[in-house]
Design a protein around this ligand. Structure first.
Ligand code: PLP
Length: 457
């Protein structure tokens, strides 16, 4: 029987994170403070520990993973690489489809890969309390879990629409001892201002970040942790791509196309950057790999945004980062892939896209659920709505292979399971979900919010 599951022993858990900054064609533009000058680690030390800021700004190619972090990674890593042979058969494609299954973590997604080191470094710096935002709740769950492991109190501002849509992720965070509030909340000035502007505000990741940062900046005992976007978060996720490369060697295969969903960009960067390292060195045996990030048409930061300096949160508390952005006060439509409702994208992913080194595709919500249901019926795993974005593009590529007869190897990141997203599936089956296309509501809202970009090139 042909193997479908490629499992590495725990001795193969990576020992280092891979920093793509070392292989970029040009140095990344620095984050800027309110005065337009490069932000210093000292300015950001109010909410992040120094060890994390050093990683954020590092240009070292390899950064060692602390042993305590690797010991915790043993709870779910290495994650499996799986050949989706039943999906291939269902599609009747000559393409080979593989996925890396990150849903095996206790929190159900790739997010603990960075939550564990982030809480570890905070604990090392003597921090006892951390605030954060969460969209669909995957990141909040991951941080709550890591907080529990290191004895650090965790407070989560959960985007209101997801707080209502995904009640069991709230319960999970509380099980791991975290406090959870719907954002906008009345606990912070940013939340109260948003509620004055719109008492029915659905919330957004940018706004929840403002609430969490505002609280962390106002308390000496509290730091802030971000679940995506920043360089150190993407760095921690590179264990995904590193493991995958070893697993493809085991399988005697290699991807032609690497596909991942893109909200802030950490699951995409984490999987794609180790393959980009080969591309930057001229390819593996002279062959480069296509790297494809997938975003929703309703929040198309990369495909419809502007490459400009903007704030990471809606109130403008964070340093400005050069990234593709829809404008920091853009409130995306209330789609169910809550983890993809972010106005910007990782600076590193943005720079690679700007320089033409990666591809980006935007897909509408209904098509992603259609793909997720096909996948679940073929392979068994019910995917998180965010992951369904990558599945949609993988299926489309596989169907193109069927037309051309090309036996390409496709590889996607199954970033999480959807066990707490079943209400979204129910709404899809009931025909209640809708698509927001480029030129409907988001286009006007994007143009309006791009008018409020800070004025730096
Ligand atoms: C399951 C899942 N996949 C993907 C994402 C997208 O985030 P990122 O782009 O940081 O990987 C999220 C974010 O919450 C998520 O929960």
């Amino acid at each position: 029987m042909e193997s479908l599951n490629f499992l590495l022993p725990q001795s193969e858990i990576p020992t280092h994170w891979y920093n793509v900054t070392a292989d970029l064609p040009t140095p990344p533009p620095p984050p800027l403070g309110a005065d337009g000058k490069p932000a210093t680690p000292e300015q950001m030390n109010a909410i992040f520990p120094m060890a994390i800021l050093e990683q954020e700004m590092s240009s070292e190619r390899w950064i060692p993973i602390p042993q305590e972090v690797r010991e915790i990674y043993r709870l779910w890593r290495p994650s499996p690489l799986v050949r989706a042979a039943r999906l291939e058969a269902m599609l009747g494609t000559p393409a080979k489809i593989y996925y890396k299954y990150e849903g095996v973590s206790p929190a159900g997604s790739h997010k603990p890969n960075t939550a564990v080191p982030q809480v570890y470094y905070n604990r090392q710096a003597g921090i006892r309390r951390i605030t954060t935002e969460t969209g669909a709740g995957q990141w909040g769950c991951a941080l709550a879990l890591a907080g529990q492991m290191f004895g650090v109190e965790t407070r989560v501002y959960m985007v209101k629409v997801s707080y209502d849509q995904k009640p069991y992720r709230r319960s999970m965070m509380r099980t791991w001892g975290a406090e959870v509030f719907a954002s906008p909340s009345t606990l912070t000035q940013s939340g109260r201002d948003a509620l004055v502007r719109n008492p029915n505000h659905p919330g957004s990741l940018g706004l929840a970040i403002s609430e969490a940062v505002e609280e962390a900046a106002s308390r000496a005992d509290t730091n802030y942790a971000l679940g995506s976007v920043l360089n150190h978060v993407v760095l921690h996720q590179t264990i995904i791509g590193q493991e995958a490369k070893k697993q493809f060697e085991m399988a005697g295969d290699w991807p032609d196309v690497v596909i991942a969903p893109c909200g802030g960009g950490s699951s995409f960067g984490g999987m794609a950057f180790p393959f980009y390292a080969d591309n930057a060195a001229g390819g593996r045996n002279g062959k480069t790999v296509r790297l494809v990030a997938v975003e929703p048409t309703s929040c198309p930061s990369l495909t419809q945004g502007k490459y400009a300096y903007d704030f990471g949160d809606s109130s403008g508390f964070t340093p400005m980062m050069k990234m593709f952005t829809l404008g920091h006060d853009f409130t995306p439509p209330s789609i169910h892939a809550g983890g993809l409702r972010y106005h910007g994208a990782s600076q590193l992913v943005s720079q690679l896209y700007h320089e033409g080194l990666i591809e980006v595709v935007a897909v509408p919500q209904l098509a992603t659920f259609e793909a997720g249901v096909m996948f679940a019926r073929a392979e068994g795993v019910v995917p998180a709505p965010e992951a369904c974005h990558a599945i949609r593009v993988t299926i489309d590529e596989a169907l193109r292979c069927k037309q051309t007869g090309e036996p390409r190897t496709l590889f996607f990141n199954l970033t999480g399971h959807g066990h707490f997203d079943m209400a979204a599936y129910d709404r899809y089956f009931a025909g209640e979900l809708k698509d927001f296309e480029y030129f409907e509501y988001p286009r006007e809202a994007i143009e309006e919010s791009l008018r409020h970009l800070p004025n730096f090139a």
